[in-house]
Design a protein around this ligand. Structure first.
Ligand code: PLP
Length: 404
């Protein structure tokens, strides 16, 4: 029997999957560097990296070798026993930031669940039984599990799933007066993305993270940075908050940390992490040795000489190039972001949406994504070079012109 074609597989998928995704009609078959290939062999320049995951691109030889080597040794240990890659990765992560302790999860949502639980547990351990609230920001995205969803201050994601978890309050991003009004002795934590990703690549005003730090210190609450999308070099620093010189008490990381394997982590200071006492939290797969072996290679590459300088340079090229396109065509009202997490908001006079621009780019062989209905999101592999960024910019301009 012959293998099914791409069109046949695409037609079969809705018969077997729950309908909560709407993928492009492509079956990706393999990848090489910054390119992916569909089942028909058509090549695409990947400027989305599986939503900010494939930081080292596709088929990175060291990553593939480390995964194969670890898979041949042992695939899974559970947390009943130690495994060396997870200990080594935790050591490397804590050496790279404010944190002393790591809890490994399998996704971003789970890392945030751990962060929220830890914040409440710490207050509980200190005898502050009223300190249960978590403040988050309008437009945020923290994941789809119920706790993380409740922290996600976008009503469209709550629709149909209420009641959400009690104890979450929301302030507009950048509004310190609202933060002050909504926080106090009941606040366990403030959770914030240093740059909102899904919410439209929104950068908080300068000094906002520092002001949140000060407010948390003032009221005895914890500060959680959700670096699921912004972490692991994405913005040109290992973690985005490091640009600001402000440290949280807890940080969640996922996406790029496993180089494409499912891995997340919650990191915390030793003093705070102590509340995640024996038996208080767990996940069967956490610290999977294959995912952690991949994470070690990701960190090696990111920490290599000049690597993050390259991310910043490519980011400036991308943001500058998109602004130049906008000057020529008037297509974007704003281009924002940092490093290789970039959003371009469509001007109000454009009759089409960001998904139309994504489709037009795809027809021209470049994969990009949206961040909300009016924002084009570009988040290529961090290994992308200047020529590939230039090619993508040419395609975005051509696609934009085709839509008018
Ligand atoms: N937090 C942020 C900032 C994210 O961007 C995402 C996913 O896009 C998540 C959490 C949820 O991560 P996951 O989809 O791995 O559960």
């Amino acid at each position: 029997m012959s293998e099914p074609t791409q069109a046949e597989l695409v037609a079969r998928a809705p018969e077997v999957f729950t309908p909560n995704y709407q993928p492009a009609p492509l079956v990706l078959d393999r990848g090489e560097g910054v390119h992916v290939f569909d089942l028909e062999g058509r090549r695409y320049l990947d400027m989305v990296s599986g939503i900010a995951v494939s930081a080292l691109g596709h088929g990175h030889p060291r990553l593939v070798a480390a995964i194969a080597e670890q898979a041949a040794k042992i695939l899974h240990t559970s947390n009943l026993y130690y495994n060396a890659p997870s200990i080594r990765l935790a050591e490397r992560l804590t050496a790279a930031c404010f944190a002393d302790r790591v809890f490994f999860s399998n996704s971003g949502a789970e890392a945030n669940e751990a962060a929220i639980k830890l914040a409440r547990k710490r207050a509980h351990d200190r005898g502050e039984s009223e300190r249960v609230e978590v403040l988050s920001f309008t437009g945020s995205f923290h994941g789809r599990t119920l706790g993380a969803l409740s922290a996600t201050a976008q009503p469209k994601y709550h629709e149909g799933f209420r009641p959400i978890v009690p104890g979450f309050v929301y302030a507009p991003l950048g509004d310190l007066a609202a933060v002050e009004a909504l926080t106090g002795p009941r606040t366990a934590a403030i959770i914030v993305e240093p740059i909102q990703g899904e919410g439209g690549v929104c950068v908080p005003p300068a000094g906002f993270l520092a002001a949140l730090r000060a407010r948390c210190d003032e009221i005895g609450a914890l500060l959680i940075f959700d670096e699921v999308q912004t972490g692991m070099g994405r913005t040109g620093a290992m973690f985005a908050h490091q640009h600001e010189g402000v440290s949280p008490d807890i940080m969640s990381v996922a996406k790029a940390i496993g180089g494409g394997l499912p891995l997340g982590a919650m990191l915390a200071t030793a003093e705070v992490a102590a509340s995640l006492s024996y038996g208080s939290h767990a996940t069967t797969y956490g610290g999977n040795p294959v995912a952690c072996a991949a994470g070690l290679v990701v960190l090696d590459v990111l920490e290599g000489p000049g690597f993050l300088d390259g991310v910043r340079a490519r980011g400036e090229q991308l943001i500058g190039g998109l602004r130049a396109i906008s000057d020529r065509t008037g297509i974007f009202s704003e281009v924002r972001g940092r490093g290789l997490l970039v959003g371009a908001e469509l001007a109000a006079d454009r009759a089409f949406g960001a998904s139309n621009l994504v489709a037009a780019c795809r027809e021209r062989g470049v994969l990009v994504h949206v961040a909300g209905p009016r924002v084009l999101r570009i988040a290529p592999p961090l290994i992308v070079d200047a020529a590939a960024v230039g090619e993508a910019l040419g395609v975005v301009e051509d696609a934009a012109k085709s839509l008018g």
